[in-house]
Design a protein around this ligand. Structure first.
Ligand code: KIV
Length: 314
């Protein structure tokens, strides 16, 4: 599918109605078929190269998450990430994506102020970021914002449970929905966002029984991260999945590879070879103009007066 670093023939994109139809359990949505469809596989990506690889691997959705603040920028949380930064990374991801649906994450304070601000920010991500839908965090308190964005023709993914933009209000990156009241609040929030028109909802860091309850209650798919197996799909941060992060990683972040170690090993080898003078070898070097030690045939070299004058017209 990929030639010269770019998709040769544009693949057919995964569409919003197709994602809605991936609802596996709970009340049947419009277009639902009795045979349970495969769960949705979503992953984050922040640049062209990663987007191209995860797209080639067959993910359904790519999220340009505000987690880029922590993964790409090295911040402690996602709060400082700006709309322009998300749009910049979305553009790069969109260029690398032939098939997957690209979701742009709305960063802190790009939508909370008012429904009008939310529509303007979502519009900017669609126009400047070339994404195909937007995601925003929150429940009932942002339902009107979601409704206004959807009315503007922009598909919305909701995000309830642990909402990292509220890290200080929540007292840290902690599991949400423990206890009956807190669980009930998550169900209520998810229903409010569905009613507002979201076509899928991310459920982050909630107990599996709460995620199952939400999934049963909704007609749109739930996409879990640290929310157990009952969700209609799963999302992971690409660098967690690939084992590129150092230090603590959350319990739910299964490492499918150890690319961090592989990168360190490869770069160490490169350093060793540069220092030993064994890189670059002849196979990584262009053909020389003149082989050292070989006599040049002076008779074949043009005399100065035979060298054509440069064409100065251009
Ligand atoms: O920003 C992000 O990467 C996210 C996922 C963790 C769902 O919101």
């Amino acid at each position: 599918m990929y030639a010269n670093g770019r998709p040769a023939t544009p693949a057919r994109k995964v569409t919003v109605p197709e994602i809605r139809a991936r609802k596996r359990s709970g009340p049947p949505p419009i277009g639902w078929s009795p045979a349970a469809p495969a769960p949705i596989a979503m992953v984050t990506a922040y640049d062209f190269t990663m987007a191209r690889l995860v797209d080639e691997a067959g993910v359904d959705m790519i999220l340009v998450g505000d987690s880029l603040g922590m993964v790409v920028q090295g911040l402690h949380n996602t709060i400082p990430v700006t709309l322009d930064e998300i749009a910049y990374h979305c553009r790069a991801v969109a260029r690398g994506t032939a098939r997957a649906h690209v979701v742009g994450d709305m960063p802190f304070m790009s939508y909370q102020v008012s429904p009008t601000q939310a529509v303007e920010s979502a519009g900017k991500l669609m126009k400047d970021g070339a994404c195909e839908s937007v995601k925003l965090e929150g429940g009932e308190e942002v339902a009107e914002h979601v409704m206004r964005i959807v009315r503007a023709g922009i598909p919305v993914v909701g995000h309830v449970g642990l909402t990292p933009q509220s890290v200080h209000a929540l007292g840290g990156f902690k599991v949400q929905g423990r206890g009956d009241e807190a669980a009930e609040k998550i169900v209520t929030d998810a229903l409010a966002i569905e009613r507002a028109g979201a076509f899928a909802i991310v459920l982050e860091a909630v107990p599996p029984d709460v995620a199952a309850r939400v999934t049963q209650a909704l007609t749109v798919p739930t996409i879990g991260i640290g929310a157990g197996a009952a969700c209609d799909g799963q999302v992971l941060v690409c660098t967690d999945l690939l084992g590129m992060m150092r230090g603590h990683s959350p319990k739910f972040a299964k490492r499918y590879a150890e690319l961090g170690d592989a990168i360190v090993g490869a770069v160490k080898l490169y350093v060793d070879e540069v220092q030993a003078g064994t890189f670059p070898g002849p196979e990584h070097t262009y053909k020389p103009n003149h082989v050292p030690g070989e006599a040049r045939d002076v008779s074949e070299m043009p005399r100065l007066e035979e060298v054509p004058a440069p064409d100065m017209r251009h």
